[in-house]
Design a binder for this molecule. Sequence first.
Ligand SMILES: [Zn+2]
Length: 424
Amino acid sequence: MAALVGAAWMPFDIVAGAELAAAGHMAAAAATIVAGDAGRHVAALADDAFEGREAGSRGGRAAGAYIVEAIDHLGLEPAGDSGGWYQPFGSMRNILALARGSDPTVADELVIVSAHYDHVGYGNASNSYGPFGFVHNGADDNASGVAGLIEIAEALQSMPSRPRRSILLAFWDGEEKGLLGSYHFLRVRPEPLRDFRIAFCINLDMIGRLRGDRVEVYGSRSAAGLRALTVAVNNRSGAKPLELAYDWKIDPDSDHYPFIERQIPTLMYHTGLHDNYHRPSDDVHLVNLDGLEPVARLTFATAIAVADDPASPRPFRPECRRESQSSQQMLEATAARGKRGRWGIGSRSDAAELQGPVVVRVAADSPAARGGMLTGDRIVMIDGVPLVDQDDMVRRLGDAGKRVTIIVDRRGRLVQLDLNEDAT
Ligand SMILES: [Zn+2]
C-alpha cells in the first residue's frame, strides 16, 4: 500500500549535489521561522494605523519604515540607492537587502526572494470589490508574504555559512498599481547591484490562507526540473510535506510576471484566493498564522536550494508562456494509448521534467493498480535510483525482478509504492 516517505531516508540526490551537512544547517535555520513571529509582523502590517498601505501614501511609507526596522539589525547589506535600503521611484519605494553569496565563481548571480508590501489603501472601484472607503488591511494580500520574507531574512542570517549564490530580499512597492516596483527594479538596477546577473526569482503573494496544506505553485515550467527541485525541497523537511498544486498558467497578476517577461526563471507560492480578496475584510483574524510557518520554510528552503543549485543557471523555458491549464490536463489526462508493459503503467514524458514521467494510465488488476499507483503520479525513483528519463524508466521496469519499489511524486509529496508481479 501507499506510504508517505519519511524524512529519514529522503532521496537527497534528486537535487543533485545537495549535501547532508548543508541540509542540516538549512533545517536548523529554517526552524527559526516560527508562526508567532510571522504572525506579529502580519498583525503589525495589517493594523489600521497603516491605512491599507497604498503605495506612496503615508500609510504605505510607514509600512516601508516598519519593514526596514525589522530587517535593519540582521546584518544584511542595504542594496537600495545611496547606500540605503530604499530604491525610491516617484513617491514609492522598493526595499532591497542583499546576502552576498559564498562562492566567488557564482556570487554575482542573484536569487531574488520577493513580496510586495503595498495594498489598496481605502479601496476604489478599480482595485477593490468593496465596500469602498474603509481601510483595506490586506492581511493576506500581502502582509502575509512580507511577514514570511522578514522571517526568511532572519533564517538566512542564522546560517553558519552563506549559500553559493547571492540572495536579494526584495519588498516591492506599487504592485497593486500595476507591478510598478518590480518593473522599476528590472528597468533601473540600483548601484550596489549593477554587477549582478539575475538568475532566479521566487515571489510570495498571499500565503496567509493555507487550507488543507495546499500551496499553489506558479512558474514551475519556467526552467527545466523546477518541479523536481520543489518536490525534493518539500519532502526534505522534517515536518509533513505540503501539498503542492502546480498551476501552469502565468498571469500578469503579481510580481513574478515581469521576471517571466524578462525570461528569468521564476517561482511563486500562493495559498489561494478567497471571499475577502481585495475587500476591507482581508483581516488578521482570518489569516492562518500557523500555516505561514511551513510555507515560509518551504520558500526559504527553495531559495537555498536554488542558490546552491549545481544545475544553475537553469535556462529559461520560453514554452512556459504558451503552456496553460489545458496543456497540463492534456499531459496528465488518462490516455487510452501507450504501452503499459507487464506492470500496467502507461506514462508520458514531460518536456519540462524529463526525469519524472507522468502516469497517464494504470491498467486494471495490474501490479501498478494493486500497488496503489494513480494516474497523475510522477515516477521519481525505481528501487532507490532516480530516473534519467522515460526511456530509462521503461528499460528499468522491463529489467526489474518480480518486485519493484517505486517512489512517485503525488501532488508534491513523495509516496512509496511496492509493486509485486505475483500478488493477486
Ligand atoms: Zn492584491
